[in-house]
Design a protein around this ligand. Structure first.
Ligand SMILES: [Zn+2]
Length: 389
């Protein structure tokens, strides 16, 4: 399968890595996919999205077939910056293969994963008369690593506006922790941020009775809000967590009691909450802790990171079977880690994340074993055969 054809996973991955597509640049990356998928009979759309204050970003949607079931492979071709390029053993955008590893920014996050899904689909089509028993699509964005406003969220809306429906989706993010086959992500916690403000009365440190110092008060509130658990975890999730990330007074004078203190925090929450219930819960705890004395309030930041989970069932079962067949491992169904574009996809169809091993993502010398590219291609092929079989 990796014996040197144009459409094997390694060739596609190298072509993609050689495009320095640091967000929001495309640098030819989507063109690599457009060419490969177009040649296989996909209807390929290139869509550019705009947002005031953000750079325009290119996206790609490609589909073959018009019947159900509809399996979609999702991913992003943008990458994080290479950092100090001189520190790389092999060029960050050279696509070099050494000692059985493909080096380069995006090798695991996630150009390698996209390459494997494209290679698997092309092979599946070749073996099935060029047409799927249903539909296959690719949802590929160039806006995941940065602010993610001109990417998957809009591409999904664009596809839905065409009247198209998704059946299931595989997002090829590097889900595995140590070894290919150890982990499928079936959900992600939500993320919600806010700032706690405590108002005091500014004054001279020598006359504290004329002032009200917000520093001890905000300290007490931080302890109260940090100490009481939000929950104790759910069937598929670890416990939710509220974490304070900064405390600021902005006071440069040693003889002034400040008039205000503020503290930023972030909550990673599981499926026992939604954003509204969480805001209500935290504000009730705050009100209880402040009593009538402390003047405190929370300003919440808008968030598009809701919790989601894909329940175990036929779709996760077929993915597990495909992974076990190739790797001999039974993957954990995990909901740990940060957010991903799966949170947007989950509003349209069940989604799982399975890709390469994440160990070197975003690091100097990002790399993947070439053998993992081959195995992941076989796993995706196994998913296709089972899904349409
Ligand atoms: Zn990624």
């Amino acid at each position: 399968m990796l014996s040197g054809g144009m459409n094997d996973a390694l060739s596609i991955a190298r072509d993609l890595v050689r495009c320095p597509s640091v967000t929001p640049a495309d640098a030819g990356a989507l063109g690599v996919l457009e060419k490969a998928l177009g040649a296989a009979g996909f209807e390929v759309h290139r869509v550019t999205f705009s947002e005031p204050g953000a750079a325009d970003v290119d996206n790609l949607y490609a589909r073959i077939g018009d019947a159900a079931p509809h399996l979609s492979f999702a991913g992003h071709t943008d990458v994080v910056p290479p950092g100090d390029e001189a520190a790389w053993t092999h060029g960050a955008f050279a696509g070099e293969v050494r000692d059985g590893f493909l080096y380069g920014r995006g090798a695991v996050d996630m150009k390698g994963g996209i390459a494997c899904s494209v290679a698997a689909v092309l092979e599946y089509l070749k073996d099935n008369g060029g047409q799927p028993k249903g539909s296959i699509s690719f949802l590929i964005t160039g806006d995941e690593e940065a602010i993610a406003v001109n990417g998957t969220i809009k591409l999904l809306q664009w596809v839905a506006a065409r009247g198209e429906k998704f059946g299931h989706c595989v997002l090829g993010e590097p889900s595995n922790v140590e070894t290919l086959g150890d982990c499928i992500k079936v959900g992600r916690r939500g993320s919600l941020s806010g700032t706690l403000y405590v108002d005091g009365i500014q004054g001279h440190v020598a006359y504290p009775h004329r002032a009200s110092n917000p520093v001890p008060d905000i300290s007490r509130l931080i302890v109260v809000l940090s100490d009481e658990p939000l929950d104790h975890g759910s069937a598929q999730f670890q416990a939710s967590n509220l974490e304070f990330t900064s405390v600021d007074v902005g006071n440069t004078a040693g003889n002034v009691i400040p008039g205000q203190a503020r503290a930023k925090f972030n909550i990673r929450f599981n499926d026992l909450h939604n954003q509204e219930s969480l805001r209500t819960l935290v504000e009730a705890r705050l009100t209880k802790a402040t009593g009538n004395r402390i003047k405190a309030r929370i300003v919440w930041e808008p968030s598009n990171a809701n919790v989601f989970v894909t329940r175990p069932g036929a779709f996760t079962d077929l993915a597990v079977a495909a992974i076990e067949e190739v790797t001999g491992r039974k993957p954990e169904l995990s909901t740990s880690g940060g957010t991903s574009d799966a949170r947007f996809i989950a509003s349209y169809c069940p989604v799982i994340e399975f890709g390469l091993v994440g160990q070197t993502m975003h690091a100097i010398d990002e790399r993947t074993p070439v053998s993992d590219l081959e195995k992941l291609t076989r796993i995706y092929r196994g998913v296709l055969d089972r899904y349409f079989g």
